[in-house]
Ligand binder design. Structure first.
Ligand code: FUB
Length: 322
């Protein structure tokens, strides 16, 4: 009996050590903030006294000029400069129905559970789809929350492409109603049930100009903001509304084309009294570029009328917060 207990204690300590071994501290020296891996499509989430940064993971070798992405990565920070890299909490293999392509995603918390909405290639229904993973804490472990896709390509037929059901972004409004926005070439939204894993009504279209992809929905004071990638190579533009369902007023460019990358996929957060614009460029190493991207963070500033000032992308990045 005693032998059994000691063995279990030994095994537990070994497991804890190996988990810790995969947690690395990165003291960022400006932008891009992570330089030992290619990170893309940032989705930042503030929880407790930390920012959790969920990213895609570009692994296309030099010369392969298309996306190769199989898992997502996770970093957290309490000061915006020192980042802890956690063990990768989610992989396309965690979705039995999915084929590949761990594309853009976003995490949100409700009633103590963390819901991770991801774009992924479906294994049997042609095209991209949106899945949901769930965990009890922001670091995971995450598991498929439904056992099937929440959105599939055959549910949206406005545009004749197979990748219009990508780039999910979520908001839980002050009245508790959750909304999922997503899209490519056409922006869609739908209400989510309180369980966060079922649609609560029909898929609606968002009327905004020159939408390419990468919607990010956020609310500040009495305004809703829908930022998104426009044109190609992409600039991030935005629209504002007094209602999450629109009508949306187009407000113009928020971020210019990012260095050496034809996408720059943004996330917007407030943390410790400041606002941040999190995005990617393609500026590390000789082979960095549109398919080997890197997450960057710069300040975001608002005007007194609620409009957002154009982001100034910097090499220095942001300063350490206390
Ligand atoms: O990472 C794959 C795709 O590139 C994303 O879904 C888009 O937003 C763009 O960043």
């Amino acid at each position: 009996m005693l032998k059994k207990i000691s063995l279990s204690i030994l095994m537990l300590s070994a497991m804890q050590l190996s988990t810790r071994a995969q947690e690395k501290i990165i003291a960022s020296k400006g932008n891009p903030i992570i330089t030992d891996k290619y990170t893309a499509d940032p989705a930042a989430y503030v929880y407790g006294d930390s920012v959790y940064l969920y990213t895609g993971h570009d692994v296309a070798p030099k010369g392969k000029e298309r996306y190769e992405m199989h898992d997502w990565l996770l970093y957290s920070s309490a000061d915006m400069v020192n980042w802890k890299e956690h063990q990768s909490p989610l992989n396309v293999n965690d979705f039995a129905w999915a084929k590949d392509d761990a594309w853009a995603s976003q995490v949100i918390q409700r009633d103590g559970k963390f819901y991770w909405y991801v774009a992924i290639q479906h294994g049997t229904i042609s095209g991209k789809s949106i899945g949901v993973a769930v965990a009890d804490n922001p670091r995971g472990p995450f598991k498929d929350a439904i056992g099937k896709a929440l959105i599939t390509n055959d549910m949206t037929t406005d545009v004749k492409i197979s990748w219009d059901d990508i780039d999910p972004t979520v908001l839980i409004d002050d009245d508790g109603q959750a909304y999922l926005f997503w899209g490519n070439q056409k922006c869609y939204y739908a209400k989510l049930k309180k369980n966060m894993i079922e649609l609560d009504g029909p898929i609606q279209r968002v009327d905004i100009p020159n939408f390419t992809e990468a919607p990010w929905i956020h609310k500040r004071k009495n305004w809703y903001y829908l930022s998104y990638a426009s044109g190609f190579p992409e600039k991030i533009v935005y629209a504002m509304s007094k209602k999450v369902t629109g009508p949306w007023q187009y407000k113009g460019i928020l971020n210019e084309v990012a260095g050496n990358s034809n996408t720059n996929h943004q996330a917007i957060i407030d943390f410790k009294g400041k606002s941040y614009f999190v995005y990617h460029n393609g500026t590390i190493n000789e082979d960095g570029g549109s398919f080997r991207r890197s997450v960057c963070i710069d300040y975001l500033n608002y005007n007194s009328d609620g409009t957002m000032k154009r982001v100034i992308m910097t090499s220095e990045g942001v300063k350490k917060e206390k």
